[in-house]
Design a protein around this ligand. Structure first.
Ligand code: HAM
Length: 423
């Protein structure tokens, strides 16, 4: 047993896996660029009020999942449980609303939630997300969804479903809340302990409960869609029209409430039913009051985030391959102290010319160096021994075919370049 282990709910991304992460991250960056989003990075911890005031007191995140701590001066911080509030804080603080083109932002990075770890749910997990601040157009709602859809598509995923809802504005939500309270009150004793608390504080969260008996009761609960006012209903219809124009299929699910309090109107999730309990690949929606709540102008906003872990699980389930891992171009085999001296110079030159080369000074025998060359996955092996040194030559071996030839020091670099460009 090792003496130290990674904390429960966290994990290491090891060589052999890390290239898959590089691939999905790169594809997300590319997709965001297609829609002209620009990258933003915010600190991993923030004043905990930023999350408490926006994500909401009665949300699971604030009630039980935040990693909160006091620093040496007694200030209360939280490891960020999500990205939206931090991005909006940065947007306001840095005056991005006056800078051109700075209101379409994307981010990648670790988030932290103290929850019971399970498949697809971790305490440190990695999100990708976007935030579009400043437009209330329903076209932007559709475009944000289109970006997410494009990304999942580009990865080759097929078994996911887009579900959309409108949770209305503050006024619609109030009427709906009343109706939910009335409906669920008659089932109070049958609800789980959490939902009994939710009934008084935030009944719409019962719609989201994962407990089977609560889900059964919630199935016939009043739908928010029957409580939308004229503007919210029109907005939701426009969103559906745009999605149809874009050829993006969707299902309306009036039970999507999202677990965070800042949402208004459009709410959506990309769900993969093969993933088990944690099946939401991406979640997002509109948050028109959030910027003002954090001290900014009264501007609308919309965005989404997804977890890379679930994405990789979905790719594995659908047997989707990754671009091959970048392995070294060359493995450098040196025999003898003299050869090593010259070898180091050649090695240095190769790396300066952008070839990736592996060399292990601790292996001295030719057989152990050749074995290591095989294991490294390098395409070619460069061999320099005392004999070659005398001739000012070096052997280039093609690891796949086993073929090998001698080349002069002067010609070896251009020879390798030619071979690599055709291999
Ligand atoms: P969220 O629904 O809390 O929304 O999280 C978004 C996604 O992050 C989830 O759908 C899931 O893929 C992933 N995720 C969440 N918690 C975990 C966890 N413990 N382990 C692994 N993956 C997880 C938000 O975070 C909002 N900020 C999204 C947003 C952006 N809304 C508007 N803009």
């Amino acid at each position: 047993m090792p003496k130290y282990k990674a904390p429960r709910g966290t994990y290491d991304i090891l060589p052999g896996e890390s290239y898959k992460w590089q691939y999905v991250r790169a594809l997300f960056r590319q997709t965001a660029k297609l829609f002209n989003y620009r990258e933003i990075e915010t600190p991993i911890f923030e004043d905990s009020n930023i999350f408490e005031r926006t994500v909401g007191d009665t949300s699971d995140i604030v009630e039980k999942e935040m990693y909160k701590f006091k620093d040496k001066k007694g200030r209360i911080f939280a490891l960020r449980p999500e990205g939206t509030a931090s991005v909006v804080r940065a947007y306001i603080e840095n005056g991005l609303y006056v800078k051109n083109n700075a209101s379409k932002l994307f981010y990648l990075g670790p988030m932290f939630r103290y929850d019971r770890p399970q498949k697809g749910r971790h305490r440190q997990f990695y999100q990708y997300g976007i935030e579009n601040i400043g437009s209330a157009s329903s076209y932007i709602d559709a475009e944000v969804i289109a970006l997410a859809d494009h990304f999942l598509n580009k990865l080759g995923l097929e078994n996911y479903e887009l579900q959309i809802n409108s949770i209305g504005c503050v006024n619609c939500a109030k009427d709906h809340e009343k109706a939910l309270q009335e409906y669920f009150s008659s089932y109070r004793d049958e609800l789980c302990a959490d939902c009994q608390k939710r009934l008084d504080k935030n009944p719409k969260r019962i719609l989201d409960c994962k407990v089977k008996s609560c889900q059964k009761i919630a199935a016939d609960a009043p739908s928010i869609l029957d409580y939308l006012d004229y503007d919210c209903a029109a907005n939701f219809q426009e969103l559906q029209n745009h999605l149809q124009e874009m050829g993006i299929s969707f299902k309306i699910n009036h039970r999507i409430v999202r677990g965070l309090d800042y949402y208004t109107q459009t709410a959506f999730e990309f769900v993969d039913n093969n993933l088990g309990a944690q099946n939401t690949l991406i979640g997002g929606g509109r948050y028109d009051g959030l910027i003002k709540k954090l001290g900014g102008k009264d501007q609308p906003g919309i965005g989404f985030a997804g977890g890379f872990e679930r994405l990789l699980l979905a790719m594995k389930t659908e047997k989707i391959g990754f671009a091959a891992e970048d392995l070294p171009d060359l493995y450098f085999v040196n025999i003898g102290a003299k050869a090593q001296k010259t070898g180091i110079k050649i090695l240095q030159e190769l790396r300066q010319k952008d070839f990736s080369v592996e060399f292990d000074p601790d292996r001295t025998s030719i057989s152990s160096q050749m074995k290591a060359a095989n294991r490294s996955g390098a395409k070619f092996c460069l061999i320099l021994g005392e004999d070659e040194l005398v001739k000012n030559k070096v052997i280039l071996k093609d690891m796949a075919s086993g073929e090998q030839h001698e080349y002069t020091f002067d010609s070896i670099i251009s020879e390798i370049r030619n071979r690599l460009s055709t291999s």
